[in-house]
Design a protein around this ligand. Structure first.
Ligand code: DVN
Length: 275
């Protein structure tokens, strides 16, 4: 019987092993399924998710409303028929308080400017505000008869003027420039023949919106390299002075990119000593 007893004990042990084995397999399957689901969900990180995540960095923003107003501008529309005014409701929903004496504009100097504003809390560009940061570096459009946001197959910047991305930046730039106040700075590129470029957003939109009743001066920082072709006597900068609203003081300073980069990486250096 003893053998019988040991036989049933053996059977019980084997049964316990089998149950434990099955449970282990079940746990592994569940964990793999969860990981897959999360990974696949991550793969579906939508354009909307991206906009909302960027918006939520600005505490207190009604990001769902802002997303609704943003997509209202282009969803269901011919992607070459989205005028800048289509974003008016979005602009109204993303109102920002201008930071007088700290606002920075730029043209053909995107990398050095954003390297500076990311590392130093001296100035604020449009792309550092809620208004500009939600869409910075992104491409989007809609199409007639669809409620989707497309991120491929959209018109390029120069394909047509009224495309969703270009119209967004025109409208956002106008809103940012309208609020420029106090002493305003602009970083222009000394390595090109016309730092104040005719077709640039800075020239075609922003300078025209500067308001002398709130803006005191425009201070050009002309970013130079060893092989720079322009300096502060450049003809296009003379045009800039002429196009500035009466009453806004103008200054220009040639500053090497190396000096700006050094200041970006040296938080001990006071902002005012960067140029
Ligand atoms: O003051 C800044 C800022 O406020 C912004 O809102 O407008 C001013 C910068 O615009 P800008 O004067 O036209 O300066 P850029 O350097 O000529 O163009 C700025 C950006 O617009 C470029 O960096 C391009 O964006 P991207 O591709 O780098 O994310 C885009 N852009 C301008 N002309 C373009 C173009 N993209 C493609 N093709 C073009 N022809």
């Amino acid at each position: 019987m003893a053998s019988g007893g040991s036989g049933s004990a053996e059977r019980r042990r084997r049964k316990r092993c089998l149950v434990f084995g099955l449970l282990t397999v079940l746990v592994v399957v569940v964990v793999v399924a969860v990981v897959l689901a999360v990974t696949l969900r991550k793969g579906k990180y939508t354009f909307e998710d991206r906009i909302l995540a960027r918006c939520e960095k600005f505490k207190g923003s009604d990001c769902r409303l802002i997303w609704a107003k943003f997509q209202k501008a282009y969803v269901g529309r011919d992607p070459c028929n989205v005028p800048m005014e289509a974003y008016d409701d979005f602009i109204a929903a993303t109102q920002f308080k201008p930071e007088c004496n700290r606002m920075m504009f730029w043209s053909k100097t995107k990398d050095v400017v954003h390297d500076f504003t990311e590392k130093r809390d001296c100035y604020v560009t449009l792309e550092d505000t809620l208004l500009g940061s939600v869409a910075d570096g992104l491409t989007w459009c809609g199409r007639v008869g669809s409620s989707e946001t497309l991120t491929t197959g959209c018109p390029r910047w120069t394909d047509c003027e009224n495309n969703p991305v270009r119209s967004f930046w025109s409208r956002a730039s106008a809103a940012f420039a309208e609020k420029a106040c106090g002493n305003v700075t602009v970083m222009l590129n000394g390595s090109i023949e016309t730092p104040f470029s005719p077709n640039s957003t800075f020239r075609s939109i922003e300078v025209k919106k500067f308001d002398a009743t709130v803006m005191r001066s425009l201070n050009v920082v002309l970013v130079t390299q060893t092989n720079s072709v322009s300096n502060c006597t450049n003809a296009s900068l003379k045009d800039l002075q002429k196009e500035l609203a009466a009453g806004i003081r103008y200054s220009c300073k040639e500053v090497s990119e190396a000096q700006i980069r050094e200041c970006s990486s040296n938080p001990e250096k006071p902002c005012g000593a960067c140029w």
